[in-house]
Design a protein around this ligand. Structure first.
Ligand code: NDP
Length: 458
């Protein structure tokens, strides 16, 4: 908070107001713990802004921003390869369209429910605003588990899912993309079905598409690369670089693989990565080529890596955060780095943690990192590279042009730098220098809130 604001009656009033809003959200959605966590972090962060600017309270901006503009839930029925009927739940939250059409990925994972979709959609509002690009916040997915399904089953599920979802999306309405369990293959099947139902080639309705039908170069790499560009900014603020740093990366999906690639290109040694079965570790550094072959081409589990690199070990069910490192990049899923992990990482000398996944670090773990002066890059800012290049994919689709890899990558670097600067500047302005959680929330909120006010009560 600004110095004038510290301990002021205005701040006390604002705290009462945001606490009451949080309690109201709890009473409305008592079982949505992930969504409530995201709301709490946001409300705490923006309280000084509310104290300083009466207009946001007068116009009821927070009351509105906490409720999705639309929440869609639908049945997805499909037949497996043995002819059995399967029924899953599909979701799409269209959370906020103040600054542009809804934009956010689709997640296929058994854990997906209303709370997860709403937490991700809520985060997406501010992340998208931070990119400086004209995109609103949305998210969706299904409790469908792609693991162990045949290619034919994946196609049938995607077609059934899109048969319902297509009614709600479009290049000027809502533009989904991938997330956990949704990669190029699933986007391809969904785009095919969308095209058939829309009887139009609206390529800018989905992003993360294949390069042969409107995808953008560097989209696949964007979240992981963007994460590392963000880490470079964090380190540069301390006159440091990634060169010769030891890095651990959780997950081994899209975000993790390309974070590993860029970190290696920047001179770091990535010694470990994981999947939900455990982690692999090699003190000499991991071989990215093998990882990409196993995970992207052969869809294998991470333990198969050791047959190709006997110097590495696989620790079944192991906790990757027990490995000493300079920099930790959680890139798997929410709530995967807890307070005990944060304590251990601090003890082992970690200097920076940045989130490739969405909210992988629990609130108490973030507190420990801040108390110990560990630089922390929240996902809202640090993993915004993916959605940024998705928005660049939409621009290219609209212009019917394709930019080179270098051009997209250069824009991505600029965007990540801009995000870092706006989050760190907002943190300083509101008295929380170095706290990028506060800075990212405030910076994203201001842009959305000001647009909402100009649109009136809608
Ligand atoms: P992928 O499906 O490609 O990879 C996910 C990885 O995380 C896999 O290695 C998976 O292991 C692991 N994982 C998933 N759930 C769990 C779990 N419950 N416990 C342990 N490990 C788990 O997803 P992405 O790489 O696309 O996404 C990873 C994270 O990054 C998500 O939080 C996503 O929201 C976020 N993100 C993704 C963006 C993108 O562009 N793809 C953009 C911004 C954020 P296993 O295979 O064993 O499940």
């Amino acid at each position: 908070m600004t110095n004038a604001l510290q301990n002021s009656p205005k701040l006390v009033e604002a705290e009462k107001y945001t606490s009451a809003l949080y309690e109201q959200t709890v009473s409305r959605y008592p079982n949505e713990s992930e969504f409530l966590n995201a709301v709490k972090e946001f409300l705490v962060a923006v309280t000084p802004v509310i104290a300083d600017n009466a207009i946001y309270t007068e116009k009821g901006v927070l009351e509105q921003i906490l409720e999705p503009e639309r929440f869609i839930q639908f049945r997805v029925s499909w037949l497996d390869d043995s002819g059995n009927v399967k029924v899953n739940r599909g979701f799409r939250v269209q959370f906020n369209s103040a600054i542009g059409p809804y934009k956010g990925g689709l997640r296929f994972h058994p854990s997906v429910n209303a709370s997860i979709v709403k937490f991700l959609g809520f985060e997406q509002i501010f992340k998208n605003a931070l990119t400086g690009l004209p995109i609103g916040g949305g998210k969706g997915g299904s409790d469908f588990d792609p693991k162990g399904k045949s290619d034919n089953e994946i196609m049938k599920f995607c077609q059934s899912f899109m048969t319902e979802l297509h009614k709600h999306i479009g290049p000027h309405t809502d533009i989904p993309a991938g997330d956990i369990g949704v990669g190029a293959r699933e986007i391809g099947y969904m785009f095919g079905q969308y095209k058939r139902l829309a009887t139009a080639f609206d390529s800018a309705t989905l992003t993360g598409k294949g390069l042969s039908y409107g995808g953008s170069l560097a989209r696949k790499e964007a979240t992981g690369y963007g994460l590392v560009y963000f880490v470079e900014q964090m380190l540069a603020s301390k006159k440091d670089t990634l060169k010769n740093k030891t890095v651990t990366v959780s997950g081994s999906g899209n975000v993790a693989l390309y974070a590993i690639e860029k970190a290696q290109q920047c001179g770091a040694k990535v010694v470990a990565c994981s999947d939900s079965s455990g982690y692999i570790y090699d003190e000499n550094g991991l071989n990215l080529e093998t990882l990409i072959q196993l995970k992207e081409v052969e869809y294998k589990r991470i333990d198969t890596y050791i047959s190709k690199h006997p110097s590495a070990k696989f620790v079944a069910g192991g906790n990757i955060w027990t490995i000493p490192c300079d920099i930790a990049l959680p890139c798997a899923t929410q709530n995967e780095l807890h307070a005990a992990d944060a304590k251990l990482l601090v003890k082992n000398g970690v200097i920076a943690i940045a989130e490739g996944a969405n909210m992988p670090t629990t609130a108490d773990a973030v507190e420990i990192l801040h108390e110990n002066n560990v630089m922390f890059g929240p996902g809202k800012a640090a993993n915004a590279g993916g959605v940024s290049v998705s928005a660049l994919e939409m621009s290219q689709n609209s212009m019917r042009l394709s930019w080179t890899f270098e051009e997209v990558d250069m824009r991505l670097q600029d965007i990540m730098k801009h995000i870092y600067v706006s989050a760190s500047t907002a943190a300083v302005k509101y008295g929380h220098e170095g706290n990028l959680v506060v800075g990212a929330n405030i910076s994203g909120f201001l842009k959305v809130a000001d647009a909402m006010i100009t649109h009136g009560l809608v």
